[in-house]
Unconditional design. Structure first.
Length: 269
């Protein structure tokens, strides 16, 4: 006998967490009877239906998609908007591993393997998420330092593991920003807290998997090696944190020096 939420995840209905929500909402029937108690164990071959639709065992599938802006990161949308699942057009039931908000772009994973999705998403496995972000507003050394220290959101402390300034000007700047958490609209809220407005946000990497040359709107199957690497624990394999801090310090010094030069130039005028 196996817990019902695990069977639902194994059959590609949803992640375990989402499966638990379906169960408690009374949307799951086992052998014709509604089951709404978490932890209920069922036979692996039990007849299970969600919202009246029968579920079945499906071969595991793993997809990488370059999500365009304007597409929602859900399996279905009550407002009739186009979803990431629509882009893939898979015959089996897939669901996104985590989300990108509708205005954001870039790397998004889809699967029907609930256990694998949990390993990719759970903070204890330490998978980094890297973003290329275009912002307006003055990107000061103080703003960069605050994003590294962290911004207090209602979910908890949201901080950037690393920030690399790609380009900077008064009209707008581009940064590469690495997170380990995935709060809703986290980067936009962090930037707003330090006086920056996000104009464009592209996720370019999840853990060991980079977006690469995958064009906007296109998708591909993950290789077996990529699937294994994304299911592994990354925390033990990163470089020394001291090296990251040194790089951060150099970057902040450069920003402070640029601010001083602008101040001197203004004083001369």
């Amino acid at each position: 006998m196996i817990r019902l939420q695990k069977v639902l995840a194994d059959r590609g209905v949803a992640s375990r967490r989402r499966a638990e929500e379906l169960i408690t909402a009374g949307r799951v029937r086992v052998d014709g009877e509604i089951v709404n108690t978490l932890g209920t164990k069922v036979r692996p071959d039990a007849r299970i239906a969600v919202d009246g639709a029968a579920t079945r065992t499906a071969a595991a599938r793993y997809v990488a998609l370059n999500k365009p802006a304007g597409i929602v990161s859900t399996a279905r949308d009550e407002r009739g908007r186009r979803t990431v699942v629509d882009l893939v057009g898979a015959p089996e039931r897939l669901y996104p591993v985590g989300r990108l908000d509708a205005d954001s772009e870039g790397l998004l994973l889809l699967t029907n393997d609930g256990d694998w999705a949990e390993r990719v998403l759970h903070p204890r496995y330490g998978h980094e998420r890297e973003y290329e972000v275009t912002v307006t507003g003055e990107l000061t050394a103080a703003a960069v330092a605050q994003l590294r220290r962290g911004v207090r959101l209602e979910e908890g402390l949201a901080r950037a593991e690393r920030i690399d300034v790609v380009s900077r000007s008064r009209s707008g700047s581009r940064v590469r920003l690495v997170l380990r958490t995935g709060y809703k609209r986290q980067i936009r809220r962090m930037c707003a807290a330090v006086g920056l407005r996000v104009e464009r946000l592209i996720r370019v990497r999840i853990g060991s998997l980079a977006l690469g040359r995958l064009r906007s709107g296109d998708w591909r199957q993950l290789t077996p090696n990529e699937v294994r690497e994304l299911a592994s624990d990354e925390r033990g394999g990163r470089g020394p944190r001291s090296a990251e801090r040194s790089e951060a310090s150099r970057e902040e010094r450069a920003l402070r020096a640029a601010s001083r030069r602008r101040a001197k130039a203004s004083a001369k005028r």
